[in-house]
Write a protein that binds this ligand. Structure first.
Ligand code: HEM
Ligand SMILES: *[C@@H]1O[C@H](CO)[C@@H](O)[C@H](O)[C@H]1NC(C)=O
Length: 321
């Protein structure tokens, strides 16, 4: 720019700033992202989820959790789906995911159908976001528009998964801090935890709560000890919401209010602390829960996506191209 006058330089800089701003705008997610390139994607995902949830309702829960674990670790970039390679230790075998996170085969099957309709166009990260939304709706919960345009990462990080995924032993302060680190507030934390209205947990994750803690209804603790012996049986499963394990409703919050949470972390949301009022609200206001849950899922889905020309559209969700 040496040969330009001061005013011309200013104009060049202004034009550059405009271009960058336009780039940033393009990089945002939008519901119509595939309307020209893969208009059938939403109906393909939806049809697959109708089949899957009809066969096994818990798989709906598993897809909801898969979305959470994808987005909470380096953003919604499909990183959780990557298998380990000789040179990369990914997220699948971290403590919070190993022998626990499910639904990889479902994503693979949906990806195959989507690839058959529109090759190398739709990211694995977007498929997970759509599948999670459809799972919530099919189990009786709310629906919302999913903004699309995420791209897939080329790597995954076991260390980030280790640091960011909350274990069942977390207390309310730690949960608040971990969600705040992702730009999610107390309302988002409390609403999103309502996903525990469906699905199951393993004995290893609730043994401590039902044997050694005080903030649990004694009859409920006895009831759960029958599934979960004091030692052994680590993988035995119990419903997170015993009242209606396959129904996306507010009974999870009602359970919390009578100290019938399965996980220590769940009961932390109703234990004389800052989330108590929201638990009370959601327990008797399904409309408020549905609104806040949907809004929080949209926020979760916006966590640092790869867009534009960053990342890639993986052809196989389990490995980088
Ligand atoms: C607030 C912090 C959270 C903690 C500490 C937590 C912890 C857990 C644990 C320990 C399990 C059982 C895993 C096992 O035993 O194998 C589980 C299951 C589940 N989590 Fe969370 N979770 C949290 C937040 C969330 C969020 C935000 C969502 C989704 C929006 C979610 C959705 C689920 C679902 C649906 C299941 C059941 C999955 C299945 O049955 O396959 N969780 N969670
Ligand atoms: C919550 O857990 C953290 C980390 O384990 C601990 O440092 C903190 O003291 C705990 N807070 C409360 C209020 O128990």
């Amino acid at each position: 720019m040496a040969y330009l006058s001061g005013r011309q330089r200013l104009a060049v800089v202004a034009a550059l700033v405009l271009c960058l701003a336009a780039g940033a705008a393009r990089a945002q997610l939008s519901p119509g992202f595939y309307s020209a390139t893969c208009p059938a994607v939403e109906s393909i995902v939806r049809a697959a989820m109708v089949r899957v949830v009809g066969q096994e309702p818990r798989m709906g829960a598993s897809l909801i959790r898969l979305f959470f674990h994808d987005c909470f670790v380096n953003g919604c970039d499909g990183s959780v789906l990557l298998d380990d390679t000789p040179t990369m230790v990914g997220e699948k075998n971290v403590a919070g995911n190993a022998n626990s996170l499910r639904g990889y085969e479902v994503v693979d099957a949906i990806k195959s159908s989507v690839e058959a309709a529109c090759r190398a166009t739709v990211s694995c990260a977007d498929i997970v976001a759509l599948a999670a939304r459809d799972a919530v709706t099919l189990l009786g919960g709310p629906s919302w528009q999913v903004a699309l345009g995420r791209r897939d990462s080329r790597t995954a990080s076991m260390a980030a998964a280790q640091a960011d995924l909350p274990p069942a032993s977390d207390n309310i302060s730690t949960l608040i801090a971990k969600f705040a680190a992702k730009g999610l507030d107390l309302r988002d934390l409390t609403a999103l935890s309502g996903a525990h209205t469906v699905g199951s947990a393993r004995c290893v994750n609730f043994r401590q709560h039902v044997y050694n803690e005080a903030n649990v209804d004694p009859a409920f603790a006895m009831f759960r000890r029958r599934i979960c012996p004091a030692s052994g049986g680590d993988s035995n499963l119990a419903a997170l919401d015993p009242t209606s394990p396959n129904r996306f409703d507010v009974s999870y919050y009602r359970d919390l209010m009578v100290r019938r949470a399965l996980l220590h972390s769940d009961q932390e949301l109703f234990n004389g602390g800052p989330a108590d009022d929201l638990v009370r609200l959601y327990s008797n206001n399904g409309g408020a829960f549905n609104r806040d849950f949907s809004a929080a899922m949209v926020k979760l889905g916006n966590l640092s996506p790869l867009t534009g020309s960053t990342g890639e559209i993986r052809l196989n969700c389990r490995r980088a191209n």
